[in-house]
Each structure stands twice: as C-alpha cells, then as structure tokens.
Ligand binder design. Structure first.
Ligand code: 4NP
Length: 161
C-alpha cells in the first residue's frame, strides 16, 4: 500500500481535484487496493468546506465524480505518508515549516513528475479551472508512471495488462 496526500492552500480547489483525478487513474488501472489517497490544506481557512463548485464542475465535465471536505494537514499525517504532493512552491515551504524540515525526501511538487516542472497556479485567484485541471492531470499521470516504475513490482502491477 502506497499512501499519497495531495496538498494545497485551501483544500477546496487544486488538491481535492488532484485527489479525485488520481483516484480515477488508479481505478482505471485496477490498483485501488494498492493506494491510500487523500488531500489536505496547509491553512485552516476552508476547514470543513466542500470542494469549490467551479472545481467540481470541471471535474464532472471530465467524467470525474466524488467529493471532499477540507481538512488541515498535520505533522503526523506527513510522517505517516509515503508521498506528499504539493501544488506550488508556497505549499512546499508551508509543509516543510510544519515538519520543521523533516520528511523533505517525500514532499514533491506534483508537476515535478512531468516533462515541464511547474507550479499548479491557484484557480481561486486565476479563475482558470481548466488550466488547473490540465496541469493536475499531467502531474498525476507523471506521478503514477513514476510510482509504478519504482514500486510496480511490490504492488504486483504488470504493465502488459
Ligand atoms: P486551493 O485554492 O488552495 O487550490 O484550494 C484556494 C482556496 C481558498 C483559498 C485560497 C486558495 N482561501 O484563501 O480561502
């Protein structure tokens, strides 16, 4: 079992989008039982709130259903995770501040797993939810390929099927 936590500032736009996109990708490969997938906020601004409706609308437009309630990330959750995937440099700074610099070897920007490493710009401010979805999908696909190349054998994954 590989545990993955997607992290952004509010946990109502980018990280729940990434959680639901990645869950769908994992399901399509029949790997649901091999992953624990969740998402969290670095702030408590949106604690208890649902996925922002424009973010949910973009997900549904791409055939992805589901939901999430915003929760702030804890240090213990980082310690227990295998991978903590943040959306931008600000999130990276905030996660490492939370851990006091510990666990830095498991915290990555999501789009560092793509051919074009970049931040996932916050659609809360840019209002470009389609762009965020595209960057997130690219990052999740790159991360899944990376994880399967690193741990595929342990997970019993056979790329021929
Ligand atoms: P997210 O977007 O980090 O992608 O969930 C945001 C949502 C809410 C706020 C900031 C960012 N906010 O300040 O309330």
């Amino acid at each position: 079992m590989i545990s993955v936590i997607f992290v952004c500032l509010g946990n109502i736009c980018r990280s729940p989008m990434a959680e639901l996109v990645f869950k769908q990708m994992v399901k399509e490969r029949g790997l649901e039982l091999s992953f624990s997938i969740s998402s969290r906020a670095t702030s408590d601004e949106e604690e208890g709130n649902s996925v922002y409706p424009p973010a949910m609308k973009i997900l549904r437009a791409h055939g992805i259903e589901g939901g999430h309630i915003s929760r702030q990330l804890t240090k213990r959750e980082v310690i227990n995770a295998d991978y903590v995937l943040v959306m931008d440099s600000g999130n990276l700074f905030d996660v490492l501040r939370l851990t006091g610099g510990a666990c830095s070897d498991k915290v990555f920007k999501l789009c560092s797993f793509t051919s074009r490493p970049r931040d996932v710009a916050d659609p809360w401010y840019t209002r470009d939810f389609e762009r965020a979805f595209s960057d997130i999908s690219d990052g999740c696909a790159g991360f899944l390929n990376y994880v399967l190349s690193e741990h595929g054998e342990m997970l019993g994954y056979d790329s021929r099927y």
